[in-house]
Design a protein around this ligand. Structure first.
Ligand code: FAD
Ligand code: EPU
Length: 335
């Protein structure tokens, strides 16, 4: 169903009402290829669930909604299984399906909105697990040549909320399927933050992967706004990775500041804590604001423009820089 001058409001979880010059969908490779040919010359944007995008202006190009479905076991042993899902599958439904089949490894990432195909884009993660920990490979359509290329984990160059598809190969590929290596033996990962106490409050001492999923769903639902009722794109910023010396300086005045080990001797600070300390948590500016329960999440109370939300994020970056000397980086894709 192609359309011109189409509102993108239903296609982004911030609920920003901008227009795309053209909009189309594809649910198989022939349709994808036909779309690429039809709209040659126009700027191209692939969307899945639109849950990690902020539109700050009309999109002067074509938006293609990925509806590639599919679920397939590629191979299995007594203890492991490689499952492949179409990029347009809903991530959370895929997680639930794997749990039902007894395939362990992604239950900690329950309830992350969006599509399977976007999951490698920023190496999604939650509650102690990232895509890179269970990733097997992905297939992607090379826009310039129409060829299908396969990427293993090394080729994806995963980092914290990063991959090669956000950097060197940005805009060059459409991810069409992703394969994950999961385990038939549940290795329960309940070390992260509130999972253990949530399980306790549920009266569970020997959790199954379904219990872990339910605990994660309960924790997430208690502090993250549901995009169906309040426009948002999850964490608006990344947790900053900084030198130990900067952490030490912050700890002098704020010994309680949350910080965790990060790559190559660096430390990760909690952006939500930094933002809360600058007084922004729960603040509203016009029709947008900072969520009352999680300062990392910016929200659209209704009718906000993407530019207003972007401007709010710039003010927050300036406040955190001034108070702590830390530069926050936006996690959400700005368009
Ligand atoms: P979209 O927003 O549609 O797209 C994101 C980017 O990927 C865009 O640049 C788009 O062009 C590109 N893209 C999408 N699909 C493809 C494809 N098939 N091929 C090529 N490029 C593509 N993220 C986390 O990591 N952890 C969390 O815990 C988490 N919690 C969230 C909670 C809430 C309430 C919300 C709203 C968001 C949260 N997110 C989280 C962010 C978001 O859910 C993820 O980034 C998710 O993977 C985005 O999927 P999507 O299909 O909506 O991507
Ligand atoms: N904190 C505050 N105030 C706040 C928010 C958080 O002080 O308003 C403190 C918490 O008390 C805690 C620390 O910051 O000590 C970390 O908070 P939390 O466990 O809620 O996680 P987060 O670091 O804020 C990250 C991810 C989330 C992911 C959760 C759970 C990023 C940018 N965000 O949030 O991912 O779901 O951990 O693993 O890494 C997303 O990417 O969109 C996202 C929601």
């Amino acid at each position: 169903m192609a359309a011109t001058n189409c509102s993108l409001k239903p296609y982004n979880t911030f609920g920003i009402d901008v227009q795309a010059k053209a909009f189309d969908r594809f649910s198989n490779l022939e349709e994808l290829s036909a779309c690429i040919n039809t709209y040659k010359g126009l700027e191209l944007l692939i969307v899945g669930g639109g849950s990690n995008i902020l539109f700050t202006k009309d999109f002067d190009g074509v938006v293609l909604k990925n509806e590639l479905k599919g679920f397939e076991v590629l191979s299995e042993t007594d203890t492991t299984v490689i499952v492949q899902a179409g990029a347009g599958e809903n991530w959370h439904e895929f997680v639930l399906k794997c749990i039902d089949l007894g395939y362990a490894g992604i239950e900690n990432m329950s309830l992350i909105p969006g599509s399977v195909g976007a999951s490698p884009m920023q190496n999604i993660g939650a509650y102690g697990v990232e895509i890179k920990d269970v990733f097997h490979s992905l297939k992607a359509y090379h826009i310039a040549s129409g060829e299908i290329h396969t990427f293993d984990a090394a080729a994806c160059e995963f980092g914290y909320r990063e991959s090669v598809f956000k950097r060197a190969l940005k805009g060059q590929y459409v991810i069409i399927s992703v394969a994950f290596q999961l385990s038939k033996i549940a290795a329960i990962n309940k070390n992260y933050g509130a999972i253990e106490s949530q399980l306790e409050s549920m009266g569970i001492s020997q959790p199954s992967i379904k219990d872990i999923s339910n605990a994660v769903i309960a924790i997430r639902s208690s502090k993250l706004p549901d995009p169906k009722t309040l426009g948002n794109a999850g964490s608006f910023f990344k947790n900053p990775v900084v030198d130990q010396q900067l952490v030490d300086r912050i700890l002098e005045n704020h010994p309680e500041a949350p910080n965790y080990p990060a790559e190559t001797g660096k430390r990760k600070l909690a952006a939500g804590w930094l933002i809360e300390q600058t007084g922004w948590k729960g603040k509203t500016i016009g029709t947008c604001g900072v969520h009352t329960l999680q300062a990392l999440v910016l929200v659209n109370y209704g009718g906000s423009t993407g530019q207003q939300i972007y401007d709010l994020s710039s003010q927050i970056i300036a406040s955190v820089k001034e108070k702590f000397g830390v530069t926050l980086e936006r996690e959400v894709n700005i368009l």
